[in-house]
Design a protein around this ligand. Sequence first.
Ligand SMILES: Cc1cc2nc3c(=O)[nH]c(=O)nc-3n(C[C@H](O)[C@H](O)[C@H](O)COP(=O)(O)O)c2cc1C
Length: 237
Amino acid sequence: MDLSECIRNRRSIRKYTQQPVEFDKITKIIEAGHEAPSAGNLQNWRFILITDKNVIRSLYNHCLKQEQVYNAQAIIVVCGVVDIAERFYGLRGKRLYTTQNCACAIQNMLLTAYDVGLGACWIGAFDEDKIRSTFNIPENTRPQALITLGYPDEIPKPPHKDELAGVVYFHKYGARIKELHIVLRDYSVEWEKQIAQAQESIDKGMPKIVEKTKSLIDYLSKKFKEYNKEKKKKIKR
Ligand SMILES: Cc1cc2nc3c(=O)[nH]c(=O)nc-3n(C[C@H](O)[C@H](O)[C@H](O)COP(=O)(O)O)c2cc1C
């Protein structure tokens, strides 16, 4: 699949069919996670794969009873080994880089899931202690997210996206450019604007044209009547 198509059309899928997920597809997804960039190439992510239905169902209670957790055919728990990053980068490594590394891996996995025809959802809302104890996750490691997987049983509507121009600044934070689409060479926006303007002038112009045509017709028919009158007079003479 084309990359931009994959990025644009991927959606969080929260309803799955009962069709089991092939192991080679899961492998491809995990491999994609492992290909992600990471600070200093630390790769301090760890992936716990769960395919046991009973375990999956038990996680439902630890994830605010989210349906997609209960119905998932497979779940990947993404963990970050915090002390590795801390050793190299101190507090920044501990607090920021580990989360960012894992987030890169997660996005790679979500995109790959979509690419292989699976639905996936990033689960960030869960009871960290419960997840930690269920999987014996050690103290130096933090569960960052769960990824639910399964064949999609829904086609969600695209979510609202804020205007790009509202989130892009030029040179300084907060400095917006009015016509970002021109900078980005998206001429379609300009064309759309011009068509709308043309339509507006037609709409505005129409009553005037009708009015002018009517007065012209009135004037001509008056002249025509006068002419006919004169003509008849001439004939009588
Ligand atoms: C950090 C993070 C945590 C999230 N946690 C949850 C979650 O617990 N449950 C859920 O249904 N979706 C969760 N999502 C998915 C978002 O709700 C979803 O990405 C967003 O609504 C945009 O929809 P889209 O993924 O279809 O583009 C999470 C996403 C991120 C990035």
